[in-house]
Design a protein around this ligand. Structure first.
Ligand code: PAF
Length: 277
């Protein structure tokens, strides 16, 4: 496994792969590699091609400086894990390499906006599409692997590929869940013991109500989840909404719908989504 930190080096490697007609599978990450990321890599292993995992904690997608500063940096451990998971190259550029003209992002995707996380993390998706477009331009992947955990992100990336007419196949990978039914996330690695047990309790509340929602769609159930979480001491809830997974518009029944959730356990933002059909 090769570690590449320079843009010039990755460009040379990519150009050699292209000359030799080798396809590239890209798995973009911000590091702190966990089971969810490994599932993207094992999906990539099902296809021909060289697996490149990018690790870059992208400053332009953080709307909160504390969140950026506290983002877990576990590069040594990540290398160890990825070396055993058929990753050929880790691309881990510095901030200056990625943003030589200063840290800035641009709003280029307007679809699937002004709802869900976009209302609460201003500029976040502009940062995401900016970095993902930079990675696409540098690495020229034929396939790119994204998890369904960040479902709105997935839809926005799909739109980015579509509107730029890119010849990139977006492979959507189902969430990998822990024993309590919640998707894995790098952010949860910073939970204290107390926060972990809060998270477990929240998972129980959500999952019990999820069963009810699946049986009989009813807005009262959504209100109940919020009430139960609040009574358990969760005070910052961004949203609990049921939306259509194609259009992301609000649903009136379970058909092609998912429950989208976002709330905080102290400073850690929990986001997830659950199939309702
Ligand atoms: O999902 C993530 O980890 C990030 O948003 C991504 C896609 C790697 C862009 O920084």
């Amino acid at each position: 496994m090769k570690i590449v930190k320079k843009i010039s080096e990755i460009k040379e490697i990519v150009s050699n792969f292209k000359k030799n007609k080798k396809e590239i599978n890209l798995i973009p990450t911000m590091g702190n590699i966990h089971t969810g990321h490994l599932s993207l890599l094992s999906k990539a292993n099902k296809f021909d091609g060289i697996n490149i995992v990018s690790i870059f904690v992208n400053p332009t997608q953080f709307n909160d400086e504390d969140d950026f500063n506290n983002y877990p940096n576990t590069f040594e451990a990540d290398m160890e894990i990825l070396s055993k998971a058929n990753c050929s190259i880790i691309f881990a550029p510095s901030r200056n390499q990625v943003y030589p003209d200063g840290i800035k992002s641009e709003k280029t995707v307007f679809k699937y906006r002004d709802i869900l996380c976009d209302l609460y993390r201003l500029g976040h998706f502009d940062g995401v599409t900016t970095i993902v477009k930079i990675l696409f331009n540098l690495i020229e992947p034929s396939k790119v692997f994204f998890g369904e955990k960040d479902f709105q992100q997935l839809k926005i990336i799909e739109q980015l590929i579509f509107q730029n007419n890119l010849k990139i196949h977006l492979i959507k990978c189902p969430s990998i869940r822990d024993a309590d039914g919640m998707s894995f996330s790098s952010r949860y690695s910073t939970f204290s013991k107390d926060e972990k047990s809060k998270f477990k309790k929240c998972a129980q509340i959500i999952n019990a109500n999820l069963l009810k929602l699946k049986r009989d769609f009813n807005h009262k159930i959504l209100d109940n989840i919020e009430k139960e979480l609040r009574s358990y001491g969760i005070s910052k809830i961004d949203y609990f909404e049921v939306r259509n997974e194609e259009t992301l518009s609000l649903s009136v029944n379970n058909e092609s719908s998912r429950l989208f959730i976002a709330f905080y356990i102290n400073k850690v933002r929990v986001i997830d989504n659950f199939l309702l059909y």
